[in-house]
Design a protein around this ligand. Sequence first.
Ligand code: NAP
Ligand code: MN
Length: 267
Amino acid sequence: MGLRIGIIHNKEEKSIRVLQRLRVLLADKDDLEIVEHDPELVITIGGDGTLLSAFHRYSHRLDEVRFLGVHTGHLGFYTDWRDYELPELVKSLSNEPGKSVSYPLLDVVLTTTDGEPKHFLALNESTIRKGSRTMVADVFIKEELFERFRGDGLAISTPTGSTAYNKSVGGAVVHPSINAMQLSEIASLNNRVFRTLGSPSIIGSHEWIDVRLKSNEQHLITIDQLDINRKGITSIKYKIADERIHFASYRHMHFWHRVKDAFIRED
Ligand code: NAP
Ligand code: MN
């Protein structure tokens, strides 16, 4: 019995070619086997978006699964390996020390006027928005009303998600060793009548955020790649999840090097 490996890829031509090469390389190894069900290691081929969908496919088994990303486009935040490094990758799996690194996830509980509260996990972020008109939301931190927000919306991100949507709305980039979530505003209204903090805030791991909405209005909630568009949402609660995502740490890349590579320059 070998290491049980699941493979998830996107539909790009390059990813399909990488998939075929990876299958050939894995077939040569007695201690590595490709499986359809219950993998211990999930290899994604594509981009960060591919890793996000793999995460959601296996989010009910996070204790048993480790992830590893091969990128076929630009270098990603969840994808460490380049397509031409496949032989080296497969070799490192064979000598597998079983080590992994883990990162925080966001726990989301959505309460509506009908039915039981729904529970989700996000790897990048969750956002709350409203169609064309101003969104009004009461933001509680723990039990205390912190602010009444008016504006386009709010984004709540994990440290590894801080370089995604959060960064586009002016949030800080957060090192993934920090066990915290970030609340960022999307175009808040600030004038003599309406007041919000006006800057992103970093919320600790033992705290929670509760965003209360007007249930008679339609809101758009995103959880990574998932969209929920409906009326009747009364509250969305966020905290750092008990679960974490584990990455196979066959190789380590310096986080700030990756940030530089993605946003500043390649050298
Ligand atoms: P997408 O529209 O294909 O992705 C948007 C871009 O975000 C892609 O370049 C993607 O990289 C990149 N990305 C994803 N996770 C990232 C991370 N943790 N750090 C830095 N960049 C990241 O959609 P997708 O690939 O399914 O990814 C969904 C994510 O896209 C959402 O969670 C959200 O964070 C992000 N997004 C950002 C904006 C924005 O910045 N205005 C708007 C919509 C969505 P790959 O090309 O490697 O997949
Ligand atoms: Mn993508």
